[in-house]
Design a protein around this ligand. Structure first.
Ligand code: FBP
Length: 260
């Protein structure tokens, strides 16, 4: 069944605010302000993000009131950085529970190339089936990882983009290795599965905005970022700047003027 993704877009582009790091990395990513999920939902709302992505616990307790105007992508699997095992992320929330919380989409991380890949593929297949039965789009975080995997190799990234299409994801979140031609090839390999690029560790706003301009120019659907926005000293201004690139096609130079 073909499921639409328009609910997750603004001006036909995607700008997702990612906030699953509390589970994936732990509070090491946080300060007193951004440790509070309420602050993140306020930022998603006021920053006009086209969707916000978080785990079920945070969603259940904080996704309420006016914040519900921002579509929710509920991450239905997750892991911590504590367990030093071959990469695997198992389901922690059912599609039904995500829907009850008001999710407009479900999210799932796959570590392709991991020895545990078959388990995640199997689980993801069921998630896609259930979500699509309800008309809910599926966003996959496709992160190649494991012994002998070179996460940022051109071929590995293009393969990851293709896997997302083959498995039935509607949107795939991928990392960018600074090779624009390869990103264009990834867009082709993903076909009707649309690509969003992840933000990564915090860098200077100018650097981050330049990267945003580059990836948008390669024909991706948008970006899914966390730390580069909510770890910033000026999170609301950085959000404005990012929006101007993603939604309005402004240059990084023009956008940087908005970071005050
Ligand atoms: P950032 O923009 O903060 O990098 O977030 C993107 C993201 O995909 C998060 O959704 C996720 O928690 C994190 O990166 C996982 O990153 P990694 O597994 O590479 O540490």
């Amino acid at each position: 069944m073909r499921v639409g993704i328009s609910k997750l877009l603004y001006k036909d582009k995607a700008l997702f605010l990612a906030y699953d790091q509390g589970l994936e990395h732990g509070p090491t990513d946080f300060n007193a302000q951004n440790a509070d999920p309420e602050f993140i939902f306020k930022l998603a709302f006021e920053g006009r993000f086209s969707a916000v992505a978080c785990g079920p616990g945070v969603a259940e307790k904080y996704y309420e009131g006016v914040y519900r105007d921002v579509p929710l992508i509920c991450k239905v699997n997750g892991k911590t950085s504590m367990a030093k095992i071959n990469p695997i992320s198992r389901q922690i929330c059912s599609v039904d529970r995500a829907i009850k919380m008001g999710a407009s989409a479900v999210g799932y991380t796959i570590y392709d190339g991991s020895p545990n890949e078959p388990t995640m593929f199997h689980e993801f297949g069921k998630v896609v089936e259930q979500a699509h039965d309800y008309g809910l789009p599926v966003v996959v975080w496709m992160y190649p990882r494991g012994p002998n995997i070179k996460e940022l190799d051109n071929e590995v990234l293009a393969y990851s983009a293709r896997i997302a299409l083959e498995l039935g994801a509607d949107i795939v979140k991928l990392k960018f290795n600074d090779d624009i031609e390869n990103l264009k090839w990834m867009v082709r390999c993903a076909g009707k599965t649309k690509i969003v690029i992840s933000g990564g560790e915090r860098v200077l706003p100018e650097q981050f905005l330049t990267e945003a301009q580059k990836v948008m120019g390669a024909g991706v659907l948008g970006m899914a970022v966390g730390r580069n926005v909510w770890q910033s000293d000026k999170p609301f201004s950085v959000a404005q700047a990012l929006k101007s690139i993603v939604y309005e096609g402004k240059s990084a130079l023009e956008a940087a003027q908005l970071v005050k």
